[in-house]
Design a protein around this ligand. Structure first.
Ligand code: AHR
Length: 328
């Protein structure tokens, strides 16, 4: 009887493991984890930290993965090194969050030669041969930024402030998709509105500290702008810090602030009327990356491009429930 129970248990275990395609079985029936090398841009923003956390949560040991994480400190050379190390370690998959769009051909070819599929997350890579990567997961940066510009246009019109609009532009890391697309949307908006001018473009590198330094230096020798277009939340916080220091009012009745990411802190400023618009950039890529890897492990061909769901938020659309339920 005892013997029969053991046999049934063994059969059930082997059936269950057959239902989990992402767990490789050794001949000894020991489970091994899927190894994933993740080359992350850095930890420059709250968004980035949330993105890393989402990846760690989804690609956890409990879910059958061993995640090798590398923080590139916003340097492409560090990403090259990390990817080459992952290749030497013979990982099963590589996930790359590229700092900028260009310069990836050689290292992606090396990964392909080693037979390691590469999934790109967040920013895109500009390569002649798109088969150098398996899939991409991220935001529709241009669509969201165009929607933000449309909101600004409607807002200025409603306030009767359409003429001589001076816009200060805080840009993210030059050459990154988030910077290129958000900047292009603003530049197209300015070209389409005779009364709009970009007063200055400052590089804040997606960090609060740099945005603060650039903005405070700008405000020392220039008048306050009508609008500040910040290409991420942390740069918006740096701008707010500088405006506070110079005694410049913002929000309702003051400088209009637009921010990208829509993290919880920015959303609460938005609810209080300090930030006019929060345009969402969803960092929760982990579950999609996990699903992609599982598809690949089953021998399926996943979608090439996968866009995250995103929205725009203003004080009028934000609710306390939404703020409470925000995980980043
Ligand atoms: O590429 C996404 C951008 O990078 C986010 O908007 C920003 O916060 C991050 O650092």
């Amino acid at each position: 009887m005892k013997r029969l129970a053991l046999v049934i248990c063994a059969l059930m275990l082997s059936f269950l493991s057959g239902c989990m395609p992402y767990v490789r079985q050794t001949p000894e029936e020991e489970t091994t984890l899927i190894t994933v090398g993740f080359s992350q841009v850095g930890a420059e923003s709250d968004w980035r930290v949330a993105n890393t956390e989402s990846m760690r949560e989804s690609l956890s040991e409990e879910n059958g993965f061993e995640l090798l994480y590398d923080n590139a400190r916003q340097k492409q050379e560090n990403q090259f090194k990390a990817i080459r190390t992952f290749i030497q370690q013979d990982v099963d998959y590589i996930v790359l969050a590229p700092v900028t769009e260009t310069g990836w051909e050689s290292v992606l070819e090396e990964a392909r030669a080693a037979g390691i599929p590469v999934i790109i997350v967040d920013r895109q890579v500009e390569v002649d041969d798109p088969s150098l990567y398996t899939s991409w997961v991220g935001s529709n940066f241009r669509k969201t930024a165009d929607a933000a510009i449309e909101w600004l246009s409607g807002q200025l019109k409603a306030d009767g402030r359409e003429d001589a609009v001076q816009i200060l532009h805080l840009q993210g890391t030059p050459g990154s998709t988030a910077q290129l697309q958000r900047s292009a949307a603003l530049e197209a908006g300015v070209a389409a509105h005779a009364g709009w001018t970009i007063a200055a473009q400052l590089n804040g590198d997606f960090t609060q500290a740099k945005a603060y330094e650039e903005t405070i230096a700008y405000l020392r020798s220039n008048p306050a702008p009508d609008v500040v277009y910040c290409e991420n939340d942390n740069m918006c916080f740096g701008v707010m810090q500088a405006l506070d220091e110079r005694g410049v009012a913002y929000g309702d009745g003051g400088v209009t602030l637009i921010s990208f990411d829509a993290g919880r802190t920015a959303l609460s400023y938005c609810k209080d009327g300090k930030i006019g618009l929060c345009a969402e950039c969803n960092p929760l890529h982990g579950p999609r990356v996990r699903a992609l890897i599982e598809q690949l492990a089953r021998g399926e061909t996943p979608e090439k491009l996968s866009y995250m769901p995103e929205a725009l938020f203003t004080a009028g659309t934000l609710t306390a429930e939404l703020l409470e339920s925000r995980v980043y």
